[in-house]
Design a protein around this ligand. Structure first.
Ligand SMILES: Nc1ncnc2c1ncn2[C@@H]1O[C@H](COP(=O)(O)OP(=O)(O)O)[C@@H](O)[C@H]1O
Ligand SMILES: [Mg+2]
Length: 328
């Protein structure tokens, strides 16, 4: 895949930017605050439809433009893939909703046709590495789940769709658990949600098992080169519903779940939900499943999230990102 042309309108500090990109390594050089990082952000946005810099999408809309009652930021990538030319366009539309209110809407078009984000992820690929991403290793588990989702969605065709269905089933199930916890009632009502949640959840777990194993293999190789063979990197996927709980704490990194099929995982997941049903009703929330998964990074058996040095964390991130490129 080759990005040939990038065009930005009202994106960050760019009222308008049009650049041709040659097919080779490109260095962006400039003073502070010229918009170098914003260009990377724009390119990555077109691949993931999320910013690596902010959780507030409206911040990407040029702030002078955003004062208007209707403001639109447009990002357009013209790229070649499998010898075909494509045009991908993302629009961030800020509309005023009355007194002081503003609402942001995203639209995505592939070759001029409007698409759902879930069906389009993976058409335009990018991997981003910036040193301030160390949160993937150092911060809470939600950062690592976010990383997993962003890495897997472009490569596994149905991932984004299944994940969003899972999250929907999860919030319905949580709402029911909460209602049962507050008002009582028959726990049997949970059955349809249990079925949906475990079917989708098992599929996500199976994808994550497979992907983490493949990415680990690639990352370990790069990491070994970067550390001149001094360190061995391991990626330790810890599913909150674990279809194959480690036999002992020591063996956690060596548990091989790779031969499990999604329907086998679902069976066990469903049975486990039954076992903990009364506990979950009491707590009013779903306590196991991919929304609680964890992924740990270890060098020579030492957990980098807890004990990694600055240098070790950067090296690991770089290895992880290069592995992601190869994996993709
Ligand atoms: N929504 C926005 N509207 C206008 N300018 C913005 C917006 N968001 C950020 N900026 C500004 O864009 C400039 C470019 O930022 P950045 O891309 O980080 O620069 P660089 O990486 O080249 O140092 C900064 O001055 C920043 O304040
Ligand atoms: Mg910068």
């Amino acid at each position: 895949m080759h990005l040939k042309h990038l065009s930005l309108t009202n994106f960050r500090n760019f009222a308008r930017l049009d650049i041709d990109l040659p097919r080779r390594v490109i260095l962006l050089v400039g003073d502070n605050a010229q918009g170098k990082t914003s260009i990377l952000e724009a390119i990555y946005f077109l691949a993931s439809f999320t910013s690596f810099q902010t959780n507030t999408d409206r911040q990407m809309v040029n702030f002078v433009e955003a004062k208007n009652s209707l403001a639109v930021a447009r990002l357009v990538a013209e790229y070649e893939r499998n010898k075909k030319r494509h045009k991908l366009e993302a629009r961030l539309i800020l509309e005023s909703t009355g007194i002081n209110g503003q609402r942001l809407r995203k639209e995505v078009l592939l070759d001029g046709v409007k698409k759902q984000i879930n069906e389009i992820i993976g058409h335009f690929n990018a991997v981003i590495f910036v040193p301030q991403m160390s949160g993937i290793i150092e911060d809470g588990p939600e950062e690592r789940r976010r990383y997993l989702n962003l890495a897997l969605a472009p490569t596994i065709r149905e991932y984004a769709g299944v994940l969003s269905d899972y999250n929907q089933a999860l919030s319905q199930r949580n709402a029911l658990l909460k209602a049962l916890s507050e008002n009582g009632g028959s726990g049997d009502q949970l059955e349809v949600w249990d079925e949906t949640l475990t079917r989708l959840g098992a599929q996500i777990i199976q994808w994550r098992i497979e992907a983490v194993q493949q990415i680990e293999r690639l990352a370990t190789r790069v990491h070994q080169e970067l550390t001149r063979g001094r360190e061995v990197l391991r990626l330790n996927y810890q599913p909150a519903y674990d279809p194959l709980p480690p036999i002992s704490m020591k063996l956690t990194t060596d548990t091989d779940r790779s031969s499990l099929k999604a329907d086998e995982i679902q069976k066990g997941f469903l049975a486990r939900l039954k076992e903990i049903r009364s506990e979950e009703i009491a707590r009013g929330v779903t306590t196991i499943g991919p929304h609680r998964d964890e992924l740990r990074f270890l060098a020579n058996g030492i957990d980098l999230g807890d004990y990694g040095s600055r240098g070790q964390i950067r090296t690991t991130l770089l290895a992880l990102k290069l592995a992601e490129v190869n994996w993709m």
